[in-house]
Structures are given as C-alpha cells and as structure tokens.
Design a protein around this ligand. Structure first.
Ligand code: AKG
Ligand code: FE2
Length: 178
C-alpha cells in the first residue's frame, strides 16, 4: 500500500518509477511508534501531543475509536478534528516529502488533545528516507528550472534537529530552507 501511494505521489513529481535510489529516499527506513494517552485529570490544562509535523515522507496512522487528533487547515489555519473511522488509516504527508517535492506537497501540522474520560491508543507508522540519505528537492522537480527552496540535508541531521527541541508547529522545515 505504501509503495502504491508513493508511486502515485511520485508521478506528480515526474518520478517515473520507484527504483532503488528513490525507494531509499521515500521508504528507506520505517519506524513504528505505540502511543498511549492515559485519561487526563486536567484536559484543559494539558496537551496530548503538541503541534508538529512529522519528519517522515508519509505517516500511516492507526487510531482507536476515541478521537482527539486535529490537523491544521492550510487555507484557514483552523484546527480540524480527524474523526476515527473504523478499519481505516489516516495518511499524513511529512516534512521529508515536502523537502523532496520542493514544497509542492506540504507536511500537515497536527496535534492531539488530552482526554478527560478515556484512554487513547494510536500507532503511527513513519515511512522515512534512510538515515544516511541526503534529501533535497528532487532533480525531477527542478529539471524545468524551478528554483530549489530547500538545501540538501542529511536525513539523520534533520531528525536530530527535530528531537533536540520542543514541538513547535512546522518550524523544523526551516532547518532545510535556503
Ligand atoms: O496519536 C496520534 O493520533 C498522532 C501522534 C503523532 O502525531 C505522532 O506520534 O507523531
Ligand atoms: Fe505526528
């Protein structure tokens, strides 16, 4: 499924096929997290997860029936609840895809609200470049003379920068801005 999605997203970027090089950029390493959000006695004073975008190319998220995930609308800036739909995944674009696509795809800012009456579990699968990959706007994207707006960065440096600081919305992407 991930491969199909990436092939489809790649077509829009002039990437004809997911050869070995592209495979290591788009899906060279996978990380699975298990998130547990216990009932919170003070949900109004607490965040579940602060606002951030994922450093992945794609995130495939399985959430339970409780809800609480919000994504930020690019057009209005409003937070939009992502209601759980049984048997479905939430698919999010991450920062690596934004950088590789020279900003054509935008990583989604999201957060999780604390819940005063239910425990919640979520399982994100982060589909990432290989740690040692150098990521920057793909040659297929800039071939038409489009100015790159991101520089080349080693993916593990990008991830290290993300984890060094508190969640701060979409600011991590600035690390790769020219
Ligand atoms: O729990 C969720 O729905 C999302 C968690 C999340 O954003 C993350 O682990 O990066
Ligand atoms: Fe996330």
């Amino acid at each position: 499924m991930v491969r199909k999605l990436l092939e489809y997203l790649g077509k829009n970027l002039n990437v004809k096929e997911l050869d070995e090089t592209k495979e290591s950029l788009f899906m060279g390493s996978i990380r699975v997290n298990l998130n547990y959000y216990p009932i919170c006695p003070n949900p109004d004073l607490t965040v579940g997860v602060g606002r951030h975008s994922d450093v992945s190319c794609l995130t495939i998220l399985l959430q339970d029936q409780i809800g609480g995930l919000h994504v930020r609308s690019l057009s209005s800036g409003n937070w939009v609840h992502v209601p759980p739909v049984p048997g479905s995944f939430v698919i999010n674009i991450g920062d690596a895809m934004q950088i590789l696509s020279n900003g054509r795809y935008k990583s989604v800012e999201h957060r999780v609200l604390a819940n005063g009456s239910n425990n919640r579990i979520s399982v994100p699968i982060f589909v990432n470049p290989k740690p040692e990959s150098v990521i920057g706007p793909l040659p297929e994207v800039t071939a038409n003379g489009e100015e790159p707006i991101y520089r080349d960065v080693v993916y593990s440096d990008y991830v290290r920068y993300f984890f060094k600081k508190a969640h701060d919305g979409k600011k991590t992407v600035d690390f790769a801005k020219i």
